[in-house]
Ligand binder design. Structure first.
Ligand code: ADP
Ligand code: MG
Length: 263
């Protein structure tokens, strides 16, 4: 077993008395596709933010590769972030810039600040960007402003930008929460296929259980900042799902039907 990430006894308090992560522990192996599920407010985003050093846990340890990363600062954070690609619910693109410019931002961790400001990327990097944009069906949008794209197209740009980084770990925080079912499928298929092809380890936060079951090698269920399930999708029973979401399967199915009606 080739472990790439260990999260050990992680606690996170906000404002001294608000406990958001309560003794979270889990491990991820190289090349695994893991989905973290749980209701809104469970702590899913906070876990990813701790892994990406966007926030520091109050207590506990995070090991990426063989490096303890939960206490690092400054330049070390920059180095770790280079290893970790991020895909966001709201895409986080720079909308006044072109698709190509946004995608090239994935290379910023690799070139000097001044080259980045001047947009002096290597030919090799540009070729790589073009190939990836072609792969996600955006070759004809390269010089369009990001603001002109649809939601699904914006997220495809977000994915390409993250892959330009050549990350060993890709973190996706609710990548399809703003998309309709059709685009959600396109985005989830792309994420799965692109990371599998490249051997990239992937953690995707989702609130939709069915999607997690369909795509993930393993599911981690979070409730009130605690891990309440960690296993392969086939072991995630309806009873456990009802417990995680504090509601009946019937209610969850009604939610799904409404989603379909609204689509
Ligand atoms: P999820 O992604 O599962 O919806 P989050 O990790 O975003 O959950 O949030 C978990 C809890 O932490 C929520 O109760 C949220 O209000 C709280 N929280 C998140 N960020 C902050 C913050 N910066 N300050 C205070 N509370 C926060
Ligand atoms: Mg969240």
């Amino acid at each position: 077993m080739n472990r790439i990430l260990s999260v050990n006894n992680l606690y996170k308090y906000f404002n001294k008395d608000k406990l958001v992560l309560n003794n979270i522990s889990f491990h991820v192996n190289k090349g695994e596709f893991v989905s973290i599920i749980g209701p809104s407010g469970a702590g899913k985003s906070t876990i990813l933010r701790c892994i990406n050093c966007l926030t520091q846990p109050t207590k506990g340890e995070i090991i990426l590769g063989n490096k303890v990363i939960n206490q690092i600062k400054g330049r070390e954070i920059r180095k770790v972030r280079r290893e970790i690609g991020m895909v966001f619910q709201n895409y986080n693109l720079v909308y006044r810039l072109t698709v190509m410019q946004n995608v090239m931002h994935g290379r910023l961790g690799y070139i000097s600040g001044i080259k980045g400001i001047l947009g002096l990327y290597s030919e090799e990097d540009k070729k790589k960007a073009v190939a990836l944009l072609d792969k996600v069906g955006l070759i004809n949008y390269m010089y369009k402003r990001a603001s002109e794209l649809s939601g699904g197209q914006k997220q495809r740009v977000g994915i390409v930008r993250a892959l330009m980084q050549e990350p060993s770990l890709l973190l996706c925080d609710e990548p399809i929460a703003s998309l309709d079912p059709g685009n959600s499928k396109v985005i989830m298929d792309l994420i799965r296929d692109l990371v599998k092809e490249r051997g990239i380890t992937c953690i995707v936060n989702l609130h939709q259980v069915e999607i997690a079951k369909r795509y993930a090698d393993r599911i981690i269920g979070i409730k009130n900042g605690e891990v309440v399930f960690d296993g392969v999708p086939s072991l995630l029973s309806n009873k456990i799902i009802e417990d995680i979401y504090d509601t009946s399967m019937d209610n969850l199915m009604i939610g799904k039907r409404e989603e379909k009606l609204n689509a």
